[in-house]
Design a protein around this ligand. Structure first.
Ligand SMILES: *Cc1c(COP(=O)(O)O)cnc(C)c1O
Length: 395
């Protein structure tokens, strides 16, 4: 059976050029970058070369790039780090204990925020409009003299909506509040230039843009107070100790380089495929609605609700036909709670449960989209006919 992968927001296949670039580091180039001898120095050069390359591609300085184990680690650090820094500060007016985030963040942000709440911090979870957008005005109104951190994602992983991070940064200007953005879904799909975007912290993860799993980074703008994350041998600017994931770091840099090189062509292709998919769905299936902003959305992500039926059932039926999609975020696909993102956007729990996400990638073709459009109407009709709440086929 031909298999069709439409779940690129969960993870992507490593780009052949990335694999090529990584291979020497799984073989002959095996030194420990901290070693003084030739083997070590060869590995050190690879790590620092990758750091410089990455910095150049996102408009940062090399010493502002700290490699981590991925998006989840970067996000956790971006919340716990500033909280710890604040608890160590000696402000004349007392310690600040308020942070602002949104209801539609990834759980790598929401769960650390909940832990901070249990530790006595106050957290504002901003709502969003029906397209999934945080209102910078509303955000500004929640800021107090006790706010030390704002974390708003750059693009949402379930519906793809792009957030007005630059406008949010504008609201924070001169306020001495750390601004973090989770750019894991945005990287490679919308331009990220840290010379123009005044965020202090930014998370990315390689496996979301055709790099390897288990490697990411946190950008830490010069001057931002960040306590050490892991203590030990003083690697990663003494912020995150542990022998570097050399092959992963090289792979991340290569993947980022390729995503910049192929950016225009990829975006165009993805938008074209997405349009084909969405127009086809509209044409062939009734009682559907699309979630996310019609334009302010990362290319290739389509989140669609089918009335009267369950997303899980659709996914299982698609899987039987070799088509891989998702019910929103991969991390919640084992739970039957309706998506927190769709809920925040005001989608009813019934409709949210009938929603699935297609996320297209560089290898998808028009033929594949057409195969989905052939398979899906029958699946939806079959499931609706079994559904006790389906009022019947419209004339
Ligand atoms: C995938 C994802 C993460 C987690 O990244 P990992 O590298 O898989 O830990 C965080 N935030 C968003 C928005 C994501 O899509």
């Amino acid at each position: 059976m031909e298999r069709i992968y439409l779940d690129h927001s969960a993870t992507t296949r490593v780009h052949p050029e990335v694999r090529e670039a990584m291979l020497p580091f799984l073989g002959e180039v095996f030194g420990n970058p901290s070693s003084i001898h030739w083997f070590g120095q060869e590995a050190r050069q690879a790590v620092e070369g990758a750091r410089e390359k990455v910095a150049g591609l996102v408009g940062a300085r090399p010493e502002e790039i700290v490699f981590t184990s991925g998006g989840t680690e970067s996000d956790n650090w971006a919340l716990f780090g500033p909280a710890e820094a604040e608890s160590q500060s000696h402000r004349p007016d007392g310690k600040r204990n308020h942070l602002v985030t949104s209801q539609i963040e990834h759980h790598a942000i929401l769960h650390p925020a909940e832990i901070l709440e249990k530790r006595g911090y106050q957290v504002t979870y901003l709502g969003v409009d029906r397209f999934g957008i945080v209102d910078p005005e509303a955000l500004a109104e929640t800021l107090t003299s006790r706010t030390f951190l704002v974390s708003i994602m750059m693009a949402n992983n379930e519906v793809g909506t792009i957030q007005p991070v630059a406008e949010i940064a504008e609201k924070l200007r001169g306020k001495n509040i750390v601004l973090h953005t989770d750019a894991v879904q945005a990287m490679g799909k919308i331009p990220v230039d840290l010379r123009k975007l005044p965020v202090d912290l930014l998370s990315i993860s390689a496996h979301k843009f055709y790099g390897p799993k288990g490697i990411g980074l946190l950008f830490i703008r010069k001057g931002t107070k960040m306590p050490h994350l892991i203590h030990g041998g003083s690697q990663e600017l003494n912020l995150r100790s542990g022998t570097e994931n050399v092959a992963g770091i090289v792979g991340l840099a290569k993947a980022l380089e390729i995503s910049a090189r192929d950016f225009e062509a990829n975006s165009l292709r993805l938008r074209r495929l997405q349009k084909r998919l969405e127009e086809g769905l509209k044409q062939k299936i009734e009682d559907i609605s699309f979630n996310g902003h019609p334009e302010k959305r990362i290319p290739g992500l389509t989140n669609v609700s089918f009335s009267y039926i369950e997303g899980e059932a659709i996914l299982l039926n698609l899987d039987l036909r070799g088509i891989a999609a998702s019910s929103g975020s991969a991390c919640t696909s084992r739970s039957f709670d309706p998506s927190h993102v769709l809920k925040a956007m005001g989608v009813s729990p019934e409709l949210a449960r009938g929603s699935i996400r297609f996320s297209l990638g560089r290898e998808n073709t028009e033929e594949e989209v057409d195969l989905v459009l052939e398979a899906l109407p029958g699946i939806i009709q079959k499931l609706r006919e079994m559904s006790p709440i389906y009022p019947g086929k419209k004339k």
